[in-house]
Design a protein. Structure first.
Length: 122
């Protein structure tokens, strides 16, 4: 997505632009999920990561198909675009499992080290 080192509005007309645009709703959804729990654990972080990843792929793959079939004039079927992304999704799912375990440890360390309280009582 970011390897071409290009910028500007032209980036939105490339096949991978949907993945860039999808980070906004994915981050919002993942944050919303973890904010609903006062003490998130590994399962909460995994759920948030999985939902965020699904949002990224739903928007990104559909946008990629739209780009390929319209302005990029590349004859790929909808199922071919999804098949193309399957291994990336499997990799991202594996990262979600690993990073969910790490996120719960980091979350507790930050709370403990900085004296951070998530939902202070007034």
């Amino acid at each position: 997505v970011f390897a071409s080192f290009s910028g500007g509005i032209s980036v939105l007309f490339k096949g991978s632009a949907g993945f860039i645009l999808s980070y906004i709703p994915a981050a919002y959804a993942a944050g919303w999920i973890t904010d609903k729990v006062s003490e998130p654990r590994t399962g909460h972080f995994f759920t948030a990561s999985l939902i965020g990843t699904l949002i990224i792929y739903l928007i990104g793959v559909n946008y990629t198909y739209l780009a390929f079939s319209t302005w990029l004039n590349t004859p790929l079927s909808y199922s071919a675009v999804w098949k193309m992304m399957t291994w990336f999704f499997v990799k991202d799912l594996a990262f979600s499992v690993l990073l969910a375990a790490l996120a719960s440890k980091v979350f507790r360390a930050v709370q403990k080290g900085a004296g951070f309280r998530r939902n202070p009582t007034y």
